[in-house]
Design a binder for this molecule. Structure first.
Ligand code: ADP
Ligand code: MG
Ligand code: MG
Length: 884
């Protein structure tokens, strides 16, 4: 990569602003928005941004700053000095800066910021001089040595802490802020010694050396494990690196008329249009985010400084008018003056996303189409999350901050690693911590819910949990955690690692014991959004359901048909499994028919239930699919039980199990192959379907069955079975003297690559195609879905695959087979109905592909139906807008 001629540094300030919000890829989100805010006249301390390309360059050339970069930084520093009237390193009026990372996608808390850069033994006098407070200047200096040492030079943080504790002790103070000038002087000397002890060098007295080392550290931090891990968990790929922002310092710790805070322009939990945030008086930067002191609610600011509060509300208006989106901001107040230090699109819960999008349409800020695109389809899941049963007795231990909604119960885990391990072992755990940091993300991800005893609504735990839609309570101050003894105590009640607690992320309540859950109630905004979705989408959304209850639930969520009813599930219920086993154990067709005759009435009743639940809508019934051995017991005592029950010798059962054993059952005797070998099974199923339909219709229920043949690989299989099914349907109609119109479409699944390749031939015998993308993926990749976990995570880590192809359709490979089959099938039969019924039918990215490929419907599990409806609408809106 030859990038030497490229502009690597972009300035933002009153004199010029060389970036804007569209430049996130190059300047990172933070840098792009700092430039944008500067351009629209908001009070942003001036500075400059080093591009993400430079970070990539740094990595490419083996981890050193590229030639010419330092010069460019120097000339931008000169601009900054000119604009601020201060000089970097000056002993009269020193310019101080922060060095901040910022990638195109926001990665909360991943890379650390260094504040107060540019302070030296000389400059600290200058700062004391202009600020009029030597104490303040010394405090800033000790913070710099600590942060620079810790973040940039990897000096162990506790070494600074130990010194601080020692000196506080010596001066008899408990709070950091109570240390006097003499104490701070001593602290600085001690810190310098720690620095030298760990790095072998003196703390740099050349401010440019501080700056260069910090810039380099930011670049380096792009590839530290916790950053890599965060990108992995959040599936962030394809970024160049992080940008570096160098920005003039403003101070929130200059006394009681100063402070710092973070805010959302609307409530990120509920979406309510209310300024929402927190602040700390006389504090600097990280103090709020780190959750060390618990901040005050921003509403309290009215009492403190009403004019600043007004000013903040005004900023909310300016920002929302400009960005037409809810913003998450960082601000600092220096001696009564408000500065904005960051803005970005605010992370929010699914519920808030829906409310904000719909209200912004009502407010006339955005269109319906924009609103549809603003809600990540998967986030709707959160609204469909259960809550604790409101009628259940709650043994409330304490109430913390409702940081992220949802309801979770689990045993107590005390560390991130423990949460990961115990979750893997199948336990449901709540991660309980004082606070969390980026090191904890794996455990936070694994846990069913998160509880912290300190920190506010914008603490690390709260922000990260909300981003995932994971239930979280923060700042539950009454929870005393004893990590050593593995227990927590709340108002005298103690719980250990085997005790279950429940957390309600919407109310902040911590509850003793397990809690019953219930279905969620849906808001008016949700209903509006779904109505808009339905009016914009062209793709239908069907569901995969085997029982009337599932069918009904899906129908309530808006399902327009059943795309897959797996009949095998029906054979496991109650007594039927015995009849099924008797049938499988039979030695000849005649005996088998005896078993099947017993199953027939059950199947018929099942179908009647389904047809009734879905009346007026299609119900696609798949004929028996799994290999027969799956229905037989494999453990000896169970086999013995069956032998007693059916009064057959145990040996016969064992022999049959051995006979049915296959090396690769997934590629073995299953699907339509079963129907070819045992036509009587198909006869029974087709009879049950037809009889059920006739009985329903005679009762005035508009039953609309369709019969689907699984695992077809050649057109011959289908033509043979189709004839057989047609004969049965005809026979049943005659036997029942049913003369009204009853058309039962017969189609096939396309799930074997050969069926896709010869789809024109297959189509001659099919009324519809349904893509069984689970098997199709399995067979196209040659990956066994059940064994894929041994290597797939590694494949994703190496970016061999962008994502799990069983979760999101591999459009480049498997998708080609789908598209080909659509083309060939419709070439043979114009307008042939096509759908997808694999797991992918509920995945937004796959749904987009289905829309583009011209499928008629996607079929997904009942609780994914609203997600699919929204995703289908998004696909239509994006296609109309020609967006990719
Ligand atoms: P993060 O990405 O972790 O939020 P930031 O760089 O945004 O890191 O900031 C860390 C903290 O330091 C924030 O509270 C921010 O407002 C504060 N901060 C950063 N730069 C400055 C500055 N120039 N003056 C004052 N505070 C700053
Ligand atoms: Mg940070
Ligand atoms: Mg920030």
């Amino acid at each position: 990569m030859a990038m030497t001629s490229q502009k690597r540094v972009h300035y933002f300030g009153r004199t010029k602003s060389e970036g804007n919000k569209e430049m996130k890829t190059l300047l990172g989100g933070k840098g792009a928005n700092l430039a944008e805010m500067t351009s629209i006249g908001l009070p942003v301390p001036p500075g400059f941004t080093i591009t993400t390309e430079t970070c990539a360059e740094y990595t490419d050339i083996g981890g050193k700053l590229p030639d010419g970069l330092v010069d460019e930084v120097h000339s931008n520093m000169a601009l900054l000095e000119e604009e601020t009237g201060k000089t970097f390193g000056s002993e009269e009026n020193p310019l101080l800066v922060s060095v901040r990372s910022g990638a195109a996608v926001s990665m909360p808390g991943m890379m650390d910021t260094v504040l107060n850069l540019g302070l030296t033994d000389k400059a600290v006098d200058g700062l004391a001089n202009v600020s009029g407070s030597r104490r303040f200047a010394l405090d800033a200096y000790r913070r710099l040595i600590n942060m620079f040492g810790d973040v940039v030079m990897e000096v162990p943080h506790h070494k600074f802490e130990d010194e601080f504790d020692r000196i506080k002790d010596k001066y008899g103070v408990s709070e950091d802020t109570d240390l006097n000038e003499a104490g701070l002087e001593e602290l600085i000397t001690a810190y310098k010694a720690v620095y030298k002890g760990s790095t072998g060098n003196d703390f740099p007295q050349d401010p440019y050396q501080q700056l260069e080392k910090s810039v380099e550290a930011v670049f380096k931090s792009w590839n530290i494990p916790r950053a890599v891990r965060y990108r992995e968990i959040n599936e962030i790929t394809g970024l160049l690196g992080t940008a570096v922002n160098v920005q003039t310092m403003v101070f929130g710790n200059m006394g009681d008329d100063s402070g710092t805070g973070v805010a959302f322009t609307r409530d990120p939990s509920t979406g309510e249009n209310k300024f929402f945030g927190e602040f700390l008086i006389n504090a600097q930067g990280e103090d709020v985010v780190a959750g060390i002191r618990t901040p005050q609610n921003v509403d309290e600011m009215v009492k403190w400084r009403p004019e600043i509060y007004e000013n903040l509300l005004n900023m909310k208006r300016v920002l929302e008018n400009h960005y037409r989106e809810m913003q998450d901001i960082e601000y600092t107040i220096e001696k009564g003056n408000l500065f904005l230090l960051q803005t970005r699109t605010g992370k929010r819960t699914g519920r808030a996303a829906v409310t904000i999008a719909v209200e912004m349409v009502v407010e006339g800020r955005i269109t319906q189409q924009e609103a549809l695109l603003r809600v990540p389809a998967n986030d709707l899941n959160q609204l469909l999350l259960p809550t604790f049963d409101t009628n259940a007795e709650r043994d409330i231990l304490t109430v913390g901050l409702p940081a992220s909604p949802g309801a979770a119960s689990g045993k107590i885990a005390f560390s991130a690693d423990e949460a990961v391990d115990r979750t893997h072992e199948g336990e449901s755990v709540i991660l309980v911590r004082k606070d969390t940091s980026p090191e904890d993300v794996s455990g936070m991800h694994a846990a069913a819910g998160i509880l912290t005893s300190t920190g506010g609504m914008t603490s690390h735990a709260a922000v990260v949990a909300r981003g995932w839609g994971k239930c979280c309570i923060a700042g539950a101050g009454e929870v005393v955690i004893d990590e050593k003894n593995r227990s927590i105590t709340i108002k005298g009640r103690t719980f250990g690692d085997q005790d279950i607690i429940s957390i309600d992320g919407s109310s902040g309540e911590l509850i003793a014991g397990d809690m019953p859950r219930m279905e969620p109630k849906l808001s008016e905004e949700f209903k509006s959004l779904m109505e808009w979705a339905d009016s914009h989408r062209t793709l239908q959304v069907w569901t995969n359901a085997d029982t009337p209850q599932d069918a009904e639930r899906a129908r309530n969520w808006g399902a327009q048909g059943i795309g897959l009813c797996r009949t095998e599930h029906m054979f496991f219920e109650g007594e039927r499994i015995t009849d099924m086993r008797e049938m499988i154990l039979a030695e000849n067709e005649e005996e088998r028919r005896v078993g099947l005759d017993k199953l027939l009435p059950h199947q018929r009743e099942d179908f009647k239930g389904l047809f009734t639940a879905m009346q007026g809508l299609p119900v696609t019934v798949r004929l028996l699919d799994p290999p027969l051995h799956e229905f037989l017991p494999h453990e000896e005592h169970l086999q013995q039980e069956l032998a007693n029950r059916l009064q057959v010798p145990l040996a016969r059962i064992k022999a049959r199990v051995i006979q049915l054993h296959e090396t690769n059952p997934m590629l073995g005797h299953r699907g339509c192959r079963l129907s070819i070998s045992y036509p009587e099974i198909l006869d029974m199923q087709a009879t049950a379907i037809t009889e059920a339909a006739i009985e329903c219709r005679r009762n005035g229920i508009d039953a609309r069955p369709e019969i689907m043949v699984p695992l077809v690989g050649t057109s011959k299989e289908l033509s043979l079975l189709r004839k057989q099914i047609e004969t049965i349907i005809q026979g049943v109609k005659e036997a029942k003297a049913y003369s009204d119109e009853l058309d039962i479409p017969i189609g096939t699944m396309i799930e074997i690559p050969r069926a896709a390749l010869t789809a024109d031939e297959v189509a001659q015998h099919a009324d519809f195609f349904s893509f069984g993308t689970n098997d199709l993926t399995q067979m196209t990749f040659g990956y066994s879905r059940d064994d894929v976990n041994s290597f797939l995570p590694n494949y994703i880590r190496h970016e061999i695959l962008e994502r799990d192809p069983f979760q999101s359709l591999d459009t480049r490979g498997v998708g080609q087979l789908v598209a080909m089959a659509v083309g060939k099938g419709r070439g043979e039969k114009k307008g042939m109905k096509m759908g997808i019924c694999g797991e992918h039918g509920g995945d937004p990215l796959s749904i987009r592909f289905c829309h583009q490929t011209g499928l008629n419907y996607v079929s997904c599990s009942p609780f994914r139906v609203p997600v699919a409806r929204l995703a289908a609408a998004q696909a239509a809106v994006k296609n109309d807008a020609g967006r990719d």
